[in-house]
Write a protein that binds this ligand. Structure first.
Ligand code: AMP
Ligand code: MG
Length: 345
């Protein structure tokens, strides 16, 4: 039913039409924050840290500004972007309704890595929502993100600050690697403490639905609002970007293994084929690259580790999946996408 409400949105700028700009990385201070806020108010783009990953922000109420995000990232126009607010009270600027469930979840988890999908207000341009009737809103828990949004005085549309389908950035240098010459300003606030993207929950139906898993787990949500569904409904929202198979991918192919033995076997096969593999694992005694055996710490290091291994030294990144348990759902989701082979632009 929702699918019928979606219509195609034309992104005005093609990739080739982006004029090369000098990209400045600025340490965060009063001066750079004010400069960044001015860039946003003038319709420009600013990359900034959040507690999840670095975001590429634009004034969410300015369609031309948001179209620059799509052009800089090479993001398909069918992918809606999340709108960031400095305070819960600012949702009225972009939401036409605020269901009780949204209020309960925001009360408990905001500021924080939880995105709520609600009916959009008329002030939100179509390009933000991919032409859909809903808008995804989040109040980030990062002092720089909140100070920037507050200083700019506008809600800020911001997907991750990387070229479409590439790995998300958790450090300013990751942003530079991906978007150098395509955006004017990166606010360097150090490494992001969360490390993976927010949990996205649609609260427009009677029962909330997790559209994208994140560090706020189903169990945490259920403790506040009762039963939640998991996975995309077969409607328009199924076209949202976190649901695209190939997303968050390094350039080096990622191959997944379920067990240490399988990872070892894949590694030997690669070596026999003359390839240079590396095994990444969180299981004690397994792999040449170890990640923490704890979901939150693993998430914090995941993208930085993949960025580091994606420098041409290896031909295959063989990742042993963490156990198929609810607390690992978000990490497993990102690894499955990193390994997905089909292209979505
Ligand atoms: P990213 O900006 O790359 O972190 O991805 C944005 C995420 O927000 C996607 O995974 C979508 O699931 C979600 N999203 C954004 N806007 C909407 C919307 N209007 N309806 C449903 N999901 C949305
Ligand atoms: Mg992204």
């Amino acid at each position: 039913m929702l699918a019928a409400a979606y219509h195609s949105v034309v992104v005005p700028q093609k990739l080739e039409e982006i004029r090369a700009v000098e990209t400045v990385i600025a340490p965060v201070d009063d001066d750079s924050l004010h400069r960044a806020a001015e860039v946003l108010r003038a319709g420009g783009l600013v990359a900034f840290p959040t507690e999840t990953v670095y975001g590429l922000g634009a004034n969410a109420l300015d369609a031309a500004a948001v179209s620059r995000i799509f052009a800089a990232k090479g993001r398909p126009a069918t992918n809606p972007v999340i709108v960031h607010v400095a305070d819960s009270s600012d949702v009225a600027l972009v939401a036409a309704a605020w269901p009780d469930t949204a209020a309960q979840l925001a009360q408990r988890f905001w500021p924080g890595p939880l995105t709520l999908v609600v009916p959009k207000s008329a002030s939100v341009p179509d390009i933000v929502t991919a032409g859909g009737p809903t808008v995804a809103i989040r109040c980030p828990d990062h002092p720089v993100a909140r100070a920037l949004i507050r200083t700019a005085g506008v809600p800020v549309a911001a997907p991750s600050a990387n070229r479409s389908t590439e790995l998300s950035p958790t450090r300013a240098e990751h942003v530079l690697k991906s978007l150098k010459g395509r955006i004017p300003l990166i606010l360097d606030g150090g490494p992001c403490p969360g490390g993976i993207e927010s949990t996205v929950v649609d609260v427009t139906a009677a029962r909330p639905r997790i559209l994208r898993p994140g560090l706020i787990t189903a169990a945490m949500l259920e403790a506040v609002c009762g039963p939640v569904d998991v996975g995309a409904a077969l409607s328009g929202v199924a076209r949202s970007p976190g649901l695209m198979a190939k997303h968050y991918s390094p350039r080096t192919p990622v191959v997944l293994a379920s067990t240490a033995a399988e990872a070892e076997q894949l590694c030997r096969q690669c070596q026999q084929a003359g390839l240079r593999p590396i095994v990444v694992s969180c299981e004690a005694g397994s792999g040449q690259c170890r990640l923490p055996n704890d979901p939150a710490r693993y998430a914090r290091e995941l993208y930085a580790t993949l960025h580091e291994l994606d420098d041409g030294r290896f031909d295959r990144l063989i990742v042993q999946l963490p156990p198929d348990r609810p607390e690992w759902a978000a990490v497993r989701d990102r690894l499955l996408r990193a390994a997905a082979k089909n292209e979505n632009g």
